[in-house]
Design a protein around this ligand. Structure first.
Ligand code: G6P
Length: 362
């Protein structure tokens, strides 16, 4: 049938969509650049970003996790305070808002009911809304004041992969563009750095056999797994854990390295898999000592580090990319680990039980 044709030689959409990520990043570069290689965004969006005294990112699931990364990008690069909220929580428990809030709705499908409920509410209150979505003409796009597209192409697998990285790339563009509009000097060229990211992603998607082996060695027989990281790596750990639970049904948790000692370390037993990310220089020492803590309690720890910060015992070393863009590459091995663990456990990778691609009911 038609879906078989679209999958091409791939056994699953999830793998195909993971592989498409370098092309999606290149596509985004093309779409958000003018003929003079400057970033290209609607004047109205630039105005709204400049006017806002605080940004509220509203999202669910994987899009919420992309929002966590987006917060760091917008705060660090564009110097604007950002809150990220789970849509279903925000609806019933609205925080105090700033005077001039701008709402950003992050949604692959543009149809998530929890996010739409918030959009309806804040529009009633008279606040501006920008939707970032993969589906032009979707409900969240039509009902917001502004839209930015992800240009990721249709995402079919229930577990989101390329939409997550596309969201981060578009948020990085929004952050750098806002910085420029505000006259903030940045020390790097985002377009160039995103091109390096796309190449790095390609190197990673070419290493599927390694990821397949690591999944077998660390995850395929595990009941549970923990992802630890600090700073930017922590944000990716929560997404890595979500990916693993969605498709493999292995109980997984992502948390901050420093929180280990405050509870989760009680769960570490002989052979418990720990996946640690080490891509951030300022916390490299701290995360390494967390790894030692769990190893000394019997954990089966796998460190995924970044070139330049690696140690001999690391299971996998990522190609070097700019420090603010590491989530775009560190998530790729986690997506592949989840995929192969699910495959080894004979799960229905593209359509995990109980999940829907787009949740249009509350
Ligand atoms: C569902 C999907 C997730 C997705 C979430 C938010 O739960 O299974 O993969 O992250 O909805 O979807 P959205 O389309 O708003 O990004």
């Amino acid at each position: 049938d038609a879906s078989d044709i679209e999958k091409g030689t791939y056994a699953h959409y999830m793998l195909k969509e993971t592989d498409e990520q370098p092309f999606v990043i290149r596509n985004i570069i093309k779409e958000y650049q003018d003929e003079n290689n400057n970033l290209k965004l609607d004047a109205a969006i630039r105005e709204a970003m400049k006017k806002a005294d605080r940004i509220y990112i509203i999202a669910a699931g994987t899009s919420y996790h992309a929002g966590l990364v987006g917060k760091e990008l917008l705060e660090k690069l564009a110097n604007i305070p950002v809150e990220v909220h789970v849509a279903s929580e925000f609806s019933y428990n609205m925080p105090l808002l700033s005077e001039k809030p701008l709402f950003i709705f992050l949604s692959q499908s543009g149809e998530t009911a929890d996010s739409r409920a918030v959009l309806v509410k804040i529009k009633e209150m008279g606040h501006p809304a920008l939707t970032i979505t993969n589906v032009p003409g979707s409900t969240l796009s039509r009902e917001a004041d502004y839209t930015l597209h992800l240009y990721a192409g249709p995402e079919i697998a229930v577990a989101s992969t390329k939409a997550y990285t596309a969201q981060i790339a578009v948020l990085a563009i929004l952050a750098v563009d806002t910085a420029k509009e505000k006259g903030i000097e940045l020390s790097f060229d985002l377009i160039q750095e995103l091109a390096i990211v796309a190449n790095a992603m390609e190197v990673l998607t070419d290493q599927k056999e390694t990821m397949e082996e690591l999944a077998r060695d660390y995850l395929a027989t595990a009941r549970n797994a923990f992802f630890i990281g600090r700073s930017a790596d922590y944000n990716v750990c929560v997404e890595g854990a979500l990916k693993l639970k969605e498709v493999s049904y292995i109980q997984a948790e992502g948390f901050a390295g420093g929180e280990l000692k405050h509870g989760t370390i009680a769960l570490i037993e002989e052979g418990t898999p720990i996946i640690a990310l080490a891509t951030q220089e300022n916390v490299n020492y701290a995360i390494r000592s967390n790894v030692q803590e769990v190893v000394s309690r019997g954990a089966n720890a796998m460190v995924i580090s970044m070139k330049g910060l690696e140690q001999d015992t690391d299971a996998f070393v990522l190609p070097h990319v700019h420090e603010v863009l590491t989530p775009l590459v560190s998530v790729v091995p986690l997506q592949l680990l989840a995929y192969y663990a699910a495959l080894q456990l004979d799960r229905d990778v593209d359509k995990p039980r109980n999940l829907a691609k787009s949740v249009t009911v509350e």
